[in-house]
Design a protein around this ligand. Sequence first.
Ligand code: A2P
Length: 352
Amino acid sequence: MIFFHTQGMRTVTEAHQRARVAVIGATGAVGRQMLLDLAAAGFKHVTAFASPRSAGQSLPFGSRQLRVRKFARPSCCTGFDAVLLSAGGDFAQRYGKRLAAENAIVVDNSSAFRMAADVPLVVPEVNAALLDRDTYRIVANPNCSTIQLVVVLAALRRSFGLQAVDVATYQAVSGAGQRAVAELEQQLRDAQAVPQVFAQPIAGNVLAAIDRFDAAGHCFEEVKMVCETRRILDLPRLRMHATTVRVPVYHGHSEAVTVELEQEVSRAQALACLQEQEGLELVSVDDHARLPTPRTVAASSKVWVTRVRLPYGEARSRWLQFFVIAHNLKKGAATNAVQILTRILAGERCAK
Ligand code: A2P
């Protein structure tokens, strides 16, 4: 195990090459992407875990194949410098704390710990400084739709202040896991195929809610977006409305967003602000053929923003509209988790 604080600042490459990393949920949609991102970031010592039914499977890791090990209990996975966990909220609730006790750091992709006071909820472009504290053993990776939204909101808030946010999402099926991708594929081949993952057919359809409902009519995906955005931006009273929708797209979430700023801006000022934001690709040309789409940005790990505009007929306004797209398995999940890990390894935080 690496003790970061006693050995001072390492170069990123050195830390990556030495770090022993476990991925639990490696056979899932996000877990597979985590392996790709870890390999691309230069990690060498990676072990893949999944449920006992997947033990022995092979998964691509750079130019190699990793043999999947079974996770039967937390004692199967001890002594790692980091555990990237993507096996769902129930699994994280059950095993997350024990894994954190047995390994240096756990980065969890589920919603299990996102609102826990002692667990940082991090999007590195926005609040990476939280990782410099040495008071945590678990870091929570935010909800996919939240990650891409806050990268844009953070830039606007820094320059102009932020009063309110209204967002409607168009979310890809891979956000619901590997089985949901297979379900869309099957329904595109056979329109009569009975839905298993979604409550209604997703092919050729739009489903107006994601996850369970609360008593007030909000679905949990909306609740997550509101609560997590407020927490990441450290704006607990931010006025925010969300409508989360599933659409028949394999990968890539899209969002139509309207914000109310604290000060009036021109369109040029808004574009200049977004142009500067780390992790963000701005497309300001109004040309149908060049608008980013989930398909055209599929290879990218960035957040894409386009259609930036003021209310019709106004030259300056406190209201601004735009459209945001990102790959939900990359920046919306695996890439953000690997960025968190990279940032921790590059710092002086005590590992154990
Ligand atoms: P498995 O493929 O063996 O079921 P997705 O979100 O795409 O459905 O993926 C979920 C991931 O979490 C998969 O890798 C799945 O492994 C893994 N997983 C689910 N339950 C467990 C468990 N009890 N122990 C280990 N891994 C699990």
